[in-house]
Ligand binder design. Structure first.
Ligand SMILES: Nc1ncnc2c1ncn2[C@@H]1O[C@H](COP(=O)(O)OP(=O)(O)OP(=O)(O)O)[C@@H](O)[C@H]1O
Length: 748
């Protein structure tokens, strides 16, 4: 165990900033010791000074190279030993996060990211020299941003983005992004081209505090795959440039910027709550409340984590600086496990690999896929191919050995936490002794033999060829999901631009158009709510919900064929759902597909679990109810519906009418309905007792809201003017606001 390494970097004064305004300074515990303290005066009493301790503090004059050499370079060896390394820049807007991570174009100004890549390639090249090409290193990049709590692939052109962004999914305790692309990268030039191009896809904008403010969190993942003979070791360096928290009283942000800002502030607030919860030792860490925290999973990932707190030295940032100092000095206490990723071995061919048709059940994951960090089929195949074709090393690197080769014999032992048996090692590694096989170790290193012997095309390795170019089920799934999302998005775009309004709408009164847009908003909200639920559901359930979501999206876009197909797929996960079956039946009738079949016959992957739950577990009941609610509300959107959601139904069973909130974001509070005004009035009163009286507000939620409002400050800019704004506040969300609103309606 070690703790997150937290370092602070104070940026130099910018043009127009004055020396006399400097209030942040670096200090040391005692003379002769390195700088580890940040000092800042109390905002209330200038004579009093607060001190915050870090692992290291860097003053204004610190160069990019100094920072990299001192803080990042020492961990590159660990990266090649199989540890994941995460470096993230945190701080208020305009404090130098992007400068630190990306830097400028001139050599001396290059930031952590280009230097890291340069180091990786250099180290790789050294490997080839040291091992005469016995080890191959492949580098692959993923680069994405989280903008308004949606994940977008920066390696893809913005036109390919779907409104909902890429979904997240949990797998083996890790959060993965479904459909995220990955590009292999052979050298620094390759990287720079890709990085510059994809940075153009990132959302940035000018705000009053920063002419090139990042409006999104950007995450670059550098996957390093080392292949020696039949062993593959994979580790990842993640470099994260978080968007900066900002005080909107100082930004002069317009509406669009405010929405972005609210999303940024919310995710950073959740991050600070996660830090608090972890350091308090809470059982529940609110990772899931924002995509950024879910992906960052502070304290959850094995490996090395470095948090760089960027600070502006001047008084105008005073309160913001204090709050970011608070968060990061607490983050210092978060413990992380520095565990190396396991070595995995190339698999024996699977008989069922490939696209076997929909009736072939998904295969259980093999040990390879159970490893901490799994090399994906395509990349590993590429790496393996390179390893086994020494005549054609596009970019081959050799192993960099830190210790004498004798140590290397340890790596062939199966890792202690691998529950499933590996392939018999004897077949591929005849030279290993039983003793070495039994010795558990995660210090996976190449064996002396494997380092020294050139890769021989053995019978078994030849046998493995088909496997090396196969695609894993997850990749297939990701590709399918991505494709579906793309198709739906392009259909939506086509429909929006080409389709004339349906006759019944065209002929209707002008008010119908307004109703339609309200309905679309409502549908959109529901889709988003469902998407959020999908993100939060465990695997099997989320599959089904995902199909439901896709069905609804297809239906939204008027594609009944696709909707039917998705509903049918969803039925496999929710067998016996009367409403879902009725829906399928209606669509079949509509599409003229009635074949006298009373009920679609579909295999249920959940059958076993269902029968188990029917035996008394309450999980299914809860689940069925939620599912019914999801299935229930997508038809006939103009109809008034019972309030959806479990909590809503339980609290107001008698109420049959769906409460539609007025969407007041554009009009401001003046045009809002009485209920909205009332709700906003309660919120803006900042009166804890009144807020606690709102439907769905417990003591903690009320206190969090009051704290947040206090942080926003007094006056107009601190007020919440719309439900949309309220929804974006930390800890709020659509459902909370909806419930509070419904509660007020119920009081009338
Ligand atoms: N160490 C530094 N040396 C020189 N200039 C710096 C340094 N740090 C930051 N700057 C300058 O300060 C300005 C703001 O920096 P930057 O854009 O990196 O901030 P940021 O924290 O990423 O802001 P945001 O969160 O809004 O994206 C830029 O003009 C940048 O060049």
């Amino acid at each position: 165990m070690s703790t997150i390494r937290t370092i602070a970097r104070i940026r130099p004064l910018l043009e127009k900033e004055l020396d006399k305004d400097v209030i942040v300074r670096a200090d040391r515990v005692e003379d002769g010791k390195p700088l580890t303290i940040v000092k800042i005066p109390s905002p209330k009493n200038g004579a009093e000074e607060f001190s915050f301790a870090f692992n290291s503090v860097y003053e204004q004059a610190t160069s990019q190279e100094d920072l990299f050499t001192a803080e990042v370079a020492p961990h590159m060896k660990a990266l090649f030993q199989g540890l994941d390394v995460t470096i993230f820049a945190y701080g208020v807007t305009g404090t130098g996060k992007t400068h630190t991570m990306r830097g400028g174009l001139r050599l001396a100004e290059r930031g952590v990211i280009p230097r890291l890549l340069s180091n990786v390639f250099r180290r790789g090249k050294k490997m080839i020299k040291d091992t005469n090409g016995a080890t191959v290193v492949a580098v692959a990049l993923s680069y994405y941003e989280i903008y308004n709590d949606k994940v977008y692939d920066l390696l893809e052109s913005p036109e390919k983005r779907t409104p909902a962004g890429l979904p997240l999914r949990e797998k083996d305790g890790k959060t993965m992004i479904v459909g995220l692309s990955e590009r292999s990268c052979d050298d620094l030039k390759d990287f720079e081209k890709l990085y510059i191009e994809s940075n153009n896809n990132r959302v940035t904008a000018a705000t009053k505090l920063n002419a090139h403010s990042s409006r999104s969190h950007a995450i670059l993942r550098v996957k390093v795959t080392q292949t020696t003979g039949d062993m593959v070791r994979e580790s990842t360096a993640s470099a994260i440039d978080l968007a900066g928290s900002e005080d909107n009283r100082r930004t002069d942000n317009g509406k669009e910027r405010l929405v972005e800002s609210a999303a940024i502030n919310k995710s950073l607030f959740v991050l600070s709550q996660c830090v608090d919860a972890i350091t308090r030792g809470d059982k529940r860490i609110p990772y899931r409340e924002s995509k950024m925290t879910r992906i960052l999973s502070l304290g959850q990932n094995n490996g090395i984590t470095i948090m760089i707190l960027n600070l502006a030295p001047i008084r105008s940032y005073h309160l913001d600086t204090l709050s970011s100092l608070n968060v990061s000095s607490r983050a210092k206490r978060i413990e992380v496990r520095e565990i190396e990723n396991e070595i995995v071995y190339k698999q024996a061919p699977r008989t069922n690999s490939g696209f076997g048709g929909s009736n072939i059940p998904r295969q259980p994951l093999r040990p390879l896929n159970n490893a901490h960090n799994v090399h994906t089929g395509a990349l590993a195949a590429k790496a393996a191919e390179k390893a086994e074709k020494p005549d054609k090393p596009a970019k081959a690197f050799s192993v960099y050995t830190d210790k004498k080769p004798a140590v290397a014999t340890r790596l062939i032992a199966p890792a202690a936490n691998t529950s499933l048996p590996r392939q018999p090692l004897q077949s591929t590694r005849p030279s290993e002794t039983t003793e070495s096989l039994l010795r558990p170790s995660k210090l996976a290193r190449p064996t002396a033999q494997s380092l020294l012997r050139p890769p021989q095309p053995t019978a078994s390795s030849q046998q493995q060829q088909p496997q090396q170019i196969s695609i894993t089920p997850d990749q297939i799934e990701a590709m399918v999901e991505k494709k579906v999302a793309e198709i739906l998005a392009s259909r939506a775009a086509e429909a929006a631009s080409a389709a004339p309004p349906p006759p019944q709408l065209a002929a209707a009164e002008p008010t119908t158009t307004a109703t339609q847009s309200e309905i679309s908003d409502e549908v959109k909200r529901r889709l988003e709510a469902l998407e959020r639920r999908i993100d939060n559901e465990p695997d099997g359930r989320s599959e089904g919900l995902r199909f439901l979501l896709q069905a609804r999206q297809a239906k939204e876009h008027g594609d009944d064929e696709a909707a039917l197909a998705f509903y049918e797929k969803a039925l496999a996960y929710f067998p016996g759902q009367a409403k879902l079956m009725a829906k399928i039946e209606r669509l079949r009738v509509k599409l003229g597909k009635t074949d006298g079949q009373a009920e679609p016959k579909l295999k249920s992957p959940r059958k076993e679990r269902k029968s188990r739950d029917d035996g008394g577990g309450n999980e299914d009941g809860d689940y069925q109810e939620g599912t019914e609610a999801d299935i229930d509300d997508d038809d006939d959107q103009a109809d008034e519906k019972p309030a959806r959601g479990r909590a809503g139904r339980k609290r107001s069973p008698g109420r049959k009418t769906k409460v539609f909130m007025d969407e007041d974001a554009s009009d401001g509070a003046a045009c809002a309905s009485p209920h909205t005004k009332k709700l906003l009035g309660v919120v803006n009163s900042r009166d804890l007792a009144l807020i606690r009286g709102l439907h769905g507000f417990g003591a903690k939620k009320a206190q969090d809201l009051v704290d947040h409002l206090t942080l926003r400050g007094e006056g107009e800019s601190g007020r919440i003017e719309s439900l949309a704004q309220l929804r974006m506040l930390p800890g709020m969300g659509g459902r909370t606001v909806e419930r509070a609103y419904e509660g007020l309606v119920g009081e009338v």
